[in-house]
Write a protein that binds this ligand. Structure first.
Ligand SMILES: Cc1cc2nc3c(=O)[nH]c(=O)nc-3n(C[C@H](O)[C@H](O)[C@H](O)COP(=O)(O)OP(=O)(O)OC[C@H]3O[C@@H](n4cnc5c(N)ncnc54)[C@H](O)[C@@H]3O)c2cc1C
Length: 511
């Protein structure tokens, strides 16, 4: 029997399998297909996801096809510049450029190579799940290989990352909630030659034109993507042919300037599963949510799901926490995904306004809100905090947000913080002292809680990212979860005591 079976070896399943494997859990990942999908769908990712790739130790392998996202310029109904989404200036809060573009097939290949090098992970391709049975202490998956030969796979837990049409979601009878977005769009991925590159924009662009809202994304190297809305009366099937795609792409490029990598028409949806857990089965990634691609967050959301669940499963397998902690997965992720999807939807609505009068009013308001002149807004500001779930009960600054990663002194060299520390951490600002009581010391040992002091006499950082963060959030100590989210910020001994006792409650375990 495996500890965990991951169903689906797309990006969500690959990350889940990799993180489970790094923690030594016996993991089997299965996929109905023989190999990766060789066309890009996701093109953008963010610094939080780079931190996950860092954990999997693949930064060197992916560096040639991951690049910073350029600024996105928004042009209004009459072609005026109305908005700019930019990148924050260094020092970067997570050591990486906050928004990036990448090549999905190449990334997936690297991920698979890495995962397949981990001893406790086995990979079964060309096997599809067709049925399941749950008992009190395990799940049995009924599987068929590509010749129709049946077999069973048992696991204590299952993570279903089997994509938008998830078989497992269907078998569990879980419905999707419609968050109210449904539009037909054409997506064209193009490899542009030197001649074409000279003519097309050098930044990403949102064409907020009522007659045909469109997005242009600068991918890595010469990869460019156009997402073009399909008008009423147009045939999505024809537009998804090479001929049809060129009929719209010709606004920007001539045929001798580029090769189309792929074209596909989609209905952009905003859907979220009503339930994310059924006893021992958890759904994640596109199986649990789908969102329009306007902020490039679909895959990122799936990777966040995997990260959120894996450390909690690890705590249960290590007998640190009771199974109750697993129920916080659905609470945290569903609320986060729903809120972010609402923000994505509002960007989609802003870009996609079809009424010319309303579009002109939108342009006027956007410009007026920044004093008549476009002010760049950093993209990362769109991320909501985690709420509910495994967090302290106190109202405190920055609770549920991602704690920064700093460059820190490790011996003689500078290292990324996560390469030096992992797991639960209490991080103190220099000068704040707190002594654990005997019960807290027992708990500290049980969950391997680390106590770190920043600044004078403690950890030396290169760019003051952590210290500035603590000052900005007005706190003297922070309790950080293994997935780097802030459990609590504290200012004195009593708030520390409350936060630690909340943490013990969350783990619901005897010392
Ligand atoms: C046009 C477009 C643009 C996008 N842009 C971005 C972007 O810029 N940034 C971003 O973060 N996201 C983006 N996304 C979203 C992103 O591509 C998806 O969210 C992501 O690929 C989903 O990953 P996944 O692993 O959850 O699912 P999938 O990649 O769909 O993987 C599911 C896997 O499960 C397998 N499977 C299915 N059924 C079974 C079964 N019964 N048994 C066994 N295996 C099974 C499939 O073979 C597949 O390999 C975009 C999506 C689209 C369509």
């Amino acid at each position: 029997m495996h500890d965990v079976v991951v169903v689906g070896y797309g990006p969500t399943g690959a990350i889940a399998a990799g993180l489970l494997g790094l923690r030594g859990l016996s993991t089997c990942v299965i996929d109905s297909q023989a190999s990766i999908y060789d066309k890009p769908r996701a093109i953008a990712l963010d610094h939080e996801i780079m931190r996950v790739f860092q954990q999997l130790n693949i930064l060197e392998e992916i560096k040639d096809f991951v690049e910073p996202f350029t600024d996105s310029h928004f042009f209004g109904a009459q072609g005026d510049w109305i908005k700019c989404m930019s990148t924050v200036a260094p020092p970067y809060p997570q050591t990486f450029v906050p928004s990036l573009v990448f090549s999905q097939p190449l990334l997936e290949r690297v991920l698979r190579e890495r995962i397949e090098s981990i001893d406790c992970v086995s990979v079964e391709l060309e096997k599809k799940v067709v049925g399941l049975h749950q008992s009190t202490d395990h799940v049995t998956l009924q599987v068929q290989d590509n010749k129709g030969y049946p077999s069973n796979i048992d696991a204590k837990y299952v993570i279903a990352c089997d994509g938008a049409t998830s078989t497992i979601r269907g078998l569990l009878g879980i419905e999707l909630e419609d968050l109210g977005f449904d539009e037909p769009w054409l997506v064209i991925d193009v490899l542009v030659n030197e001649k074409g590159l000279k003519r097309i924009p050098k930044v990403s662009v949102q064409y907020c034109e009522p007659s045909r809202p469109s997005s242009y994304v600068m991918g890595p190297k010469n990869h460019r993507r156009w997402e073009i809305s399909i008008n009423e009366g147009e045939d999505p099937q024809y537009l998804a042919t090479e001929e049809g795609a060129w009929s719209l792409l010709s606004r920007w490029l001539e045929r001798d300037e580029a090769v189309i990598w792929r074209q596909a028409s989609y209905r952009f949806h905003a859907l979220v599963a009503k339930e994310w857990q059924s006893n021992r089965i958890f759904i994640a990634g596109d199986a649990a949510h789908q969102q329009p691609p306007f902020l490039g967050q679909g895959m990122c959301q799936g990777i966040r799901d995997a990260c959120n669940l894996v450390w909690k499963m690890d705590a249960v397998f290590k007998n640190q926490a009771s199974e109750k902690i697993l129920s916080t997965y659905a609470i945290e992720r569903k609320a986060h995904v729903t809120e972010l999807t609402q923000r994505i939807k509002s960007i989609g609505k802003l870009i996609g306004e079809r009424d010319p009068q309303k579009a002109m009013e939108r342009d006027r308001q956007l410009l007026e809100s920044c004093g008549g002149k476009v002010i760049p807004t950093p993209r990362q500001d769109v991320q909501p905090a985690i709420t509910g779930g495994c967090l302290s009960t106190d109202t405190c600054a920055a609770k549920g947000t991602l704690f920064p990663q700093a460059w820190i002194k490790d011996g003689e060299k500078w290292a990324r913080m996560d390469d030096v520390f992992s797991g639960w951490r209490v991080q103190y600002r220099s000068g704040f002292n707190f002594t654990l009581n005997p019960i807290q010391i027992e708990f500290e040992k049980k969950i391997s809680l680390k106590q770190l002091t920043w600044g004078e006499g403690g950890i030396e950082e290169k760019e003051n990212v952590v210290n500035d963060w603590m000052i900005r959030n007005g706190c003297k100590a922070v309790i950080v979860r293994p997935d780097h989210y802030v459990f609590a910020t504290c200012n004195d001994a009593s708030s520390m005591n409350r936060a630690l006792s909340d943490l013990m409650n969350q783990y619901n375990t005897n010392i």
